[in-house]
Design a protein around this ligand. Sequence first.
Ligand code: G3P
Length: 216
Amino acid sequence: MKFFIDTANLAHIEEANDLGILDGVTTNPSLMAKEGIKGEANILKHYADICALVDGDVSAEVLSTDYVSMVEEGKKLAAIHKNIVVKIPMIKDGIKAIKWFTDNGIRTNCTLVFSAGQAILAAKAGAAYVSPFIGRIDDSSWDGIALIEQLAHIFSVQGFNTEILAASIRNPLHIVRSAEAGAHICTCPLDSILGLLKHPLTDIGLAKFLEDAKKM
Ligand code: G3P
């Protein structure tokens, strides 16, 4: 399973990249706004800065919601760097735009996916990635991991090339369960990635080894 970091924060991206396990980055308008990135020029520059930091796919989301504007906006985003993947919302015009990008050799990530039917449409349109939001599904008392399992099954029996990108990860267990359920990629906040390191028995064991090492 590949690891993406879900942030527009450059320090977080650098820290995850330093671990040597980072395969890419996803962003969204909320994450960009959180970093205070405003105006088209600054937005495009921020994506270029992220691409310079990480050797992997970087999802950059369109802000338009009609087909023609999404295509125009996505073309500009894709021109920033070869690793940019245009992130498109799961709406009717979004599916048309994904198909246009597929036909024109530009990779897409279909975002805001909450059902198998939505994911099938995105895969049929040729999206490189579909992003089921498992945390938000859990928030509404449905089962986010069950959707990952269902998509893994459907994509496998149908032979879809689209990769399942588990998004809206809220904790390290979401990462483990997504891996188990067959997600191809997990995109996670830095805290959830670092949370995978933690186990109290590791801390206790290391303290004991270091104490005993003084007697060596
Ligand atoms: O990748 C989508 C993700 O950023 C949404 O996460 O925590 O806002 O549901 P969250």
